[in-house]
Design a protein around this ligand. Structure first.
Ligand SMILES: [Zn+2]
Length: 258
């Protein structure tokens, strides 16, 4: 069996329109329906395969390691494997399967080949999987830097507010010393100015640089926090890293994350 069928399910029944064999499978959430064999070749005792409804005579589930299980989908259906009527049974590519009251032989090899062809034509097998582990650091470095900048911003804002505190104290001191004839108002003002102006200038300059630093941090994120699929590489900046892990796939190209 072609390994592109691993992890897939195939619904099998009678094609209502042509009386041939109908196969139904979904790939990347899209439905695919195939009519197989000569018109009128499948007897009416085989249940119809109705696309999109989940209804069919039987379903073949192939697990990720290639083991097949056949499920009869309706107790009124007759499904036999190697001569025994079953509802559910593990099968292999050589199992002899008959359907309906007339024991119509299901061409299993043909069913599997046809389904595998559809898979290889449509999806070029399963969507590719890429690791996103490296994005964890990218995202966390970004948030960490942002947090640090926010903290610094509040320190600078505090420093810039120092004159508001110093001015009334300076005024009081000035009044006190001048009244006692110890110094002149000019010297007091000069001292206050010499102390506060550099602090205000320093913190203001730092605050002015912050938007630029934040922008750089965001640009860095935009550049590196992208889909790992080389054919996609679209920005994933709308999603936190933990969210990406939960989504399990790229919202743009559909590649899966591991
Ligand atoms: Zn992508």
């Amino acid at each position: 069996m072609n390994n592109n069928l691993f992890g897939r399910s195939i619904l099998v029944g009678r094609d209502e329109k042509h009386g041939s064999l109908g196969l139904y499978l979904t790939l990347d959430n899209k439905p695919y329906y195939i009519s197989l064999g000569q018109p009128g070749s499948v007897p009416n005792s085989v249940s119809r395969c109705i696309p999109g409804s989940g209804r069919a005579h039987l379903r073949i589930d192939i697990d990720p390691s290639g083991h097949m299980q056949l499920s009869n989908l309706n107790p009124q259906n007759i499904t036999c494997v190697d001569g025994y009527e079953i509802m559910k049974k593990h099968i292999n590519p050589n199992s002899h399967i008959t359907l309906g009251s007339s024991a119509w032989p299901l061409p299993l090899a043909n069913v599997l080949d046809t389904a595998a062809n559809v898979v290889s034509k449509v999806g070029k097998s399963a969507p590719k999987a890429y690791t996103v582990a490296h994005l964890k650091d990218v995202w966390h470095n970004y948030t960490l830097r942002n947090e640090k900048m926010d903290k610094k911003q509040s320190i600078y804002a505090f420093l810039r507010g120092i004159p508001m505190i110093v001015a009334p104290i300076g005024g009081l001191l000035s009044a006190y010393f001048v009244a006692n004839g110890r110094t002149s108002p000019f010297l007091i003002s000069l001292t206050v100015t010499l102390v506060t102006v550099p602090i205000v200038l320093y913190s203001s300059l730092k605050m002015m640089k912050q938007p630029e630093e934040k922008k750089q941090n965001l640009n860095n994120l935009k550049k590196n926090y992208v889909c790992p699929n080389p054919d996609c590489r679209r920005r994933l900046t709308n999603f936190e890293y933990e969210e990406l892990l939960k989504m399990k796939k790229c919202p743009y190209c559909g590649c899966t994350f591991k």
